[in-house]
Ligand binder design. Sequence first.
Ligand SMILES: C[S@@+](CC[C@H](N)C(=O)[O-])C[C@H]1O[C@@H](n2cnc3c(N)ncnc32)[C@H](O)[C@@H]1O
Length: 316
Amino acid sequence: MDGSTQVHVRNHDLLADALAGLTADEKTLGPKWLYDHRGSALFEKITRLPEYYPTRTEAGILHDNAAALAGLVPSAGALVELGSGASVKTRTLLDAGGHIGAYVPIDISRDFLLETAAALKNAYPALDVVPVVADFTAPVTLPDALAALPKAAFFPGSTIGNLTPARAQALLSGVRAWPGIEAFILGADMVKDISQLIAAYDDAQGVTAEFISNILVRLNRETGADFDLNAFDYKATWNADLARIDMHLVSNRSQQVTVGERTIPFYAGEPIHVSAARKYTTNSLTALANSTGWDLHDCHTDANGRFSVAVLRPGG
Ligand SMILES: C[S@@+](CC[C@H](N)C(=O)[O-])C[C@H]1O[C@@H](n2cnc3c(N)ncnc32)[C@H](O)[C@@H]1O
């Protein structure tokens, strides 16, 4: 099998998903495809940008409440993280949680996940680190050895905001059904001043634009598509009705792009919706929890109420 055949076999799902989105009336590309190794590294760069307050704010909340949050993981139980990325914030919980038996980072970005897990194994030799490559928009099955352990789930980074309401509900309901689940630690970014939000998702250095454009880089490399990166501009807008930032790539001219066997036409100014970042209020977080079998037990926030780390407990 030559290299190009392997690429097409490996990325059948990417191509099928992209074609479904690009032939819809309003063009879309799925945000999970942003995260190959380059995408994960670009996201880490975003977390260090001056405009990107969510990471620093959430890290501060985790730091200030580390003992209480780590204490939600049962003794010798597992901390299971969804969309773990570089697991930077996780270290705050692991440092405060010497009683934690296993750490299970789950991520779709395989190579980045395995590199991160290797680094964590070195840093925490007494901890059982069990990386799981999985797509959390489908039901996640935990390895047999861990399934029976008492456990807490951790979903930081406001990644919940990238999911559609239906997918967010499905994920919370799915985790609620895990055997031995005792708590869910959920990081959620809150509704706030629009200019702060837009700045966070459209930074002056253009790193977010590069991150979102990575989906076109990936389609070109992994499926043989011929997107001209210079023919698409990045645009972030606030959607008040849905309380979310929408991230688009906008065709800056009339053009045709070949994707798989299809020719995809674009008019000048036509957007592709690539990602969304929903913002929450205490009410909308409570509603999400209650509709999925959880109770909002506690909500840790920063002094300015910009971000929340919610503690969910199994509900009645
Ligand atoms: C916004 S980043 C958050 C990273 C990290 N948890 C943090 O708080 O900084 C989202 C993470 O979720 C992962 N991810 C995105 N979509 C995913 C999916 N459908 N299934 C599994 N992981 C996914 C990405 O690879 C990335 O590591």
